[in-house]
Design a protein around this ligand. Structure first.
Ligand code: XMP
Length: 513
């Protein structure tokens, strides 16, 4: 296995993901807990992540020095490179307002085990830089393996002691060969076998869940989406009828969603499911609420109310299970001393009321969406379900800017169903990460037949993405969009204008709120 020491980078989880993709088991430990993790795991190699700190700051993080005496390979990335070089006797230059961010090309100047069989001396390769400080003098035993004008120590290694370091981020997709570099490190340099699979992940998580839960009772909220369904099936496999699944219909679902989920669980899996129709409470409580964060907080709190009430009915539950994914975590909470700020309180992470007296079980917390889909397949969920577009916990409430009412939900449901039907008919559903309609609190004038209309605007959104962290718009052809617009305006009373959202993420987010 590989131990990843987290210095607080936004993309530490991507390192883990690349290592998993190489078929190698890994765990991430915050730097302060990394020694304990090391003793428990006895890893074959260590990766030091990037991070927002400077080695010149007081109390900035370091790896336990013993890692460098353990006789196993160590790879330092970005801040990890700086910390490692400084710890081994090199020198790091504080940044002077400069730094280097984005695409860069580096030239290979000598051979290294890190890119053995992948890169040749003299070749140039694209990498992704994001750093302020940089290493100024290498520790004894280190020498440069690849460089560019802006990055004299793009790759510096001590091949004898098997210490490797990169100034760039091999874990992001903008370093095209980065996954292969990390695979080289984990498999060839550290000697991990590369036969770890999602099946092994499933088994490991089941063991974790059993340890965490013991004989306790778990209540799991199903939202209709892939994540909570995968979490529920996994937990059910771990603890059987200690799990109670609750599907809360908040009245903010898409058309036919509730029926599909209920049928999947009750008929296909034979997992008992409590179906709570709480739409009156949710919609009632949303009256007059227009602020996006206030909507999320209210909906999150209301979910907990329902779960608590259901938990009481089964004589009390000790744990609440959720299908929280890694992007929800990183975008919702400010990391351990890290720079990440709250973008949205995805209700299943940041918006949890503190009074909640159940502990959380979140078995998908380190996975990305496509990994969850793979785990879903591993658990035997039907392909059509696994491939469903993501749907946010607060549902249509965050697709209706302004006040949410039943009437507006009904209008949006009809428009959304037409849009998705057209997408399916055109065979585009699987090429799109997420597509949905948004009902705007804007009325415009139109003319239909001989009448003046004064109705709402509907925006259509469709994006491609790998993990929801970044996204591009889906480039429909004009004929497709005009077909959708015509159908929606003709068939949905209350909408008289349709627009298409051309915003990528960043700078936009996928949902409008
Ligand atoms: P954003 O809008 O943040 O969305 O770019 C990224 C992904 O997360 C989903 N999303 C949510 N999921 N609760 C959820 O469970 C939420 O509050 C929430 N907000 C956004 C969104 O649909 C997209 O897939």
């Amino acid at each position: 296995s590989i131990l990843i020491v987290d210095f607080g980078s936004q993309v530490t989880q991507l390192i883990a993901r690349r290592v998993r993709e190489a078929g190698v088991y890994c765990e991430i430990a915050p730097f302060g807990h990394s020694w304990a993790a090391y003793e428990r795991m006895k890893p074959k190699g260590i990766i030091l992540s990037g991070g927002p700190a400077s080695v010149h700051w007081e109390d900035s993080p370091r790896a336990p020095h013993a890692f460098f005496d353990a006789g196993i390979p160590v790879l330092g990335i970005c801040y990890g490179q700086q910390a490692m070089c400084e710890q081994l006797g090199g020198e790091v230059l504080a940044h002077d307002g400069g730094g280097e961010f984005g695409r860069a090309f580096i030239k290979v100047v000598r051979e290294s085990a890190l890119f053995d069989g992948l890169w040749q001396v003299g070749e140039k390769h694209q990498v992704w830089m994001s750093h302020g400080d940089r290493v100024e003098r290498l520790p004894d035993g280190f020498s440069v393996a690849a460089q560019s004008d802006g990055a004299p120590y793009a790759i510096a290694t001590d091949e004898a002691r098997r210490f490797y370091s990169t100034m760039f981020h091999p874990e992001v997709v903008h370093t095209p060969d980065g996954g292969k570099l990390l695979a080289n490190f984990a498999r060839h340099i550290c000697g991990c076998s590369g036969d770890w699979t999602m099946g092994a992940y499933r088994a490991a998580k089941i063991a974790d869940i059993r340890t965490q839960v013991g004989k306790g009772k778990v209540i799991c909220g199903l939202s209709g989406g892939v994540d909570s369904a995968v979490a529920a099936v996994l937990i059910h496999e771990a603890i059987g009828d200690q799990l109670t699944c609750v599907f809360v219909d908040h009245g903010l679902m898409r058309a036919n969603e509730a029926e599909q989920v209920v049928s999947l669980f009750r008929n296909s899996y034979n997992i008992p499911l409590v179906h709570v129709d709480a739409s009156a409470d949710f919609l009632g409580g949303l009256t007059g609420v227009t602020d996006p964060e206030a909507k999320r907080k209210f909906i999150g709190a209301e979910f907990i109310n329902v779960f608590e009430a259901e938990a009481k009915k089964i004589g009390g539950a000790d744990f609440l299970a959720q299908g929280t994914l890694y992007p929800d975590v990183i975008e919702s909470v400010s990391f351990t001393g890290g720079p990440s700020v709250t973008i949205k309180s995805h209700h299943n992470v940041g918006g949890l009321p503190e009074r909640m007296n159940m502990k959380l079980v979140e078995p998908l917390r380190e996975l990305f969406k496509d990994e969850v889909r793979e785990l879903g397949r591993e658990l035997g969920l039907p392909e059509a379900f696994v491939e469903r577009h993501p749907f946010p916990g607060p549902g249509l409430a965050i697709r209706i800017p302004g006040e949410v009412t039943k009437e507006r939900c009904d209008i949006l449901r009809r428009a959304d169903a037409i849009y998705l039907e057209e997408i399916r008919n055109a065979g585009l559903y699987d090429a799109i990460w997420q597509a949905f309609a948004v009902l705007l609190p804007v009325k415009t004038v139109g003319v239909m037949g001989d009448y003046r209309t004064y109705d709402s605007v509907c925006a259509l959104r469709a994006v491609t993405s790998v993990d929801g962290m970044t996204a591009d718009i889906y480039p429909f052809d004009a004929a497709f969009l005009s077909r959708c617009a015509t159908r929606i305006i003709n068939e949905v009373k209350g909408i008289n204008r349709v627009v298409y959202d051309y915003t990528s993420k960043p700078p936009g987010t996928i949902e409008w709120e």
